[in-house]
Design a protein around this ligand. Structure first.
Ligand code: ZN
Length: 365
């Protein structure tokens, strides 16, 4: 990925070691370059999927179950049958991957990824729906499938390299929990008072370093301290603001603190790299998604990913997403189980619990 920078990279990004979204894979030049998005047909899209899925075998399909090299292609259904008489496994380029059990055509999947990647602050499901001609629900779920891939990729990177070193910038950002006032003035409450406040407010805490940005979501910024500590190597130099809950990190590694009440930056001590990421969360919330709470971690991971890759060329990014999806496992939270999605049912349970909490609180007052 490193060499494709038609518009150059920002100095901040240059410092990063260019760990790509899909560093573990090595296959020949990005195949998406061969695709002309305007003239894309279902046939070229399928061939592209086959090339990417079996890139470890020169683009020649083999059985994912028994590894048998000889397979028959069933032209009518765009699927394959294993020639091993003991196996006879039926499979397609997407079986067992994030796009398993797909309902969208291959062409639409590529166009949807293209649209998804081509927006620096995200793409609303409604816009995706109009652009690709799919249903609203499909567009929403497809976007979240891609976000889940990003979350999974982050987890893998964290496993590969649990502790970060060098200059590290950490800060949190409140997101969500907006409370609407009742219509009638007489019913309105003073939201400054604690008893009138109920909140789904969460804190997105981001760790910006030379490596890929790591994000996690907590009830409060203070609750993130153990997680931040677990990401630091002994040689790390951590830039933090004046909030006292960060004090514990100073015991572990070298810290540089800047008091935002006085200055944002002093002698290179600053949390500005995180502030610019925080601004991206905010602008994406205002301009695109309108609401990040609910599936906060997915949106936060997406936006951090966009921040990391915002200077990269478009088509290699499409390539990266497709090959990442096709060489990994199925989605866990955003995988259809007879039309049900784990992430959606979990969110519903969360909303129910929050409603119950609010009702219990209003009985007391
Ligand atoms: Zn087989």
């Amino acid at each position: 990925m490193g060499e494709v920078h038609p518009f150059g990279v920002s100095p901040m990004k240059k410092q990063r070691k260019g760990r790509s979204f899909n560093q573990t894979k090595d296959y020949d030049a990005p195949s998406a370059f061969a695709l002309d998005m305007d003239k894309l047909t279902e046939e070229t899209a399928i061939e592209y999927f086959i090339r990417v899925r079996w890139s470890d075998n020169d683009g020649k399909p083999y059985c994912p179950k028994c590894g048998h090299q000889h397979v028959y292609r069933r032209k009518t259904r765009n699927s394959f049958v294993c020639a091993n008489p003991e196996c006879r496994h039926n499979f397609s380029p997407t079986s067992g991957t994030a796009f398993d059990n797909r309902k969208l055509s291959y062409k639409k999947i590529i166009l949807a990824i293209h649209a998804f990647v081509d927006n620096s602050k995200g793409i609303a499901a409604v816009r995706m729906r109009n652009r690709i001609k799919m249903t609203n629900r499909n567009a929403f779920i497809f976007g979240h499938k891609l976000r889940e891939l990003m979350v999974r990729d982050n987890e893998n990177l964290a496993k590969e390299m649990p502790r970060l070193t060098g200059n590290i910038y950490v800060d949190g950002k409140w997101i969500g929990g907006h409370q609407r006032q009742p219509n009638e003035v007489a019913n309105r409450k003073d939201l400054r008072k604690k008893e009138n406040r109920w909140s789904d407010r969460k804190s997105i805490v981001s760790i910006v370093s030379d490596e890929r940005t790591r994000v996690a979501v907590f009830e409060t910024e203070a609750a993130s301290v153990p997680w931040v500590k677990s990401n630091l190597a002994a040689s790390a130099v951590v830039h933090l603001d004046e909030a006292f809950h960060w004090d514990g990190i100073g015991v572990l590694v070298e810290t540089r603190r800047v008091n935002h009440k006085i200055k944002y930056s002093e002698n290179g001590i600053t949390t500005n790299p995180v502030e610019s990421l925080n601004a991206r969360y905010e602008r994406s919330k205002i301009g695109i998604y309108h609401k990040l709470s609910g599936h906060t971690l997915y949106y936060a991971t997406e936006l951090a990913w966009r921040d990391d890759f915002n200077q990269h060329a478009l088509l290699p990014m499409v390539d990266m997403m497709v090959s990442h999806a096709l060489t990994g496992r199925r989605c866990r939270k955003w995988r259809s189980n007879h039309g049900q999605y784990l992430a959606i049912s979990e969110r519903r349970a969360e909303i129910e619990a929050s409603r119950a909490r609010r009702q219990a609180a209003s009985i007391h007052t």
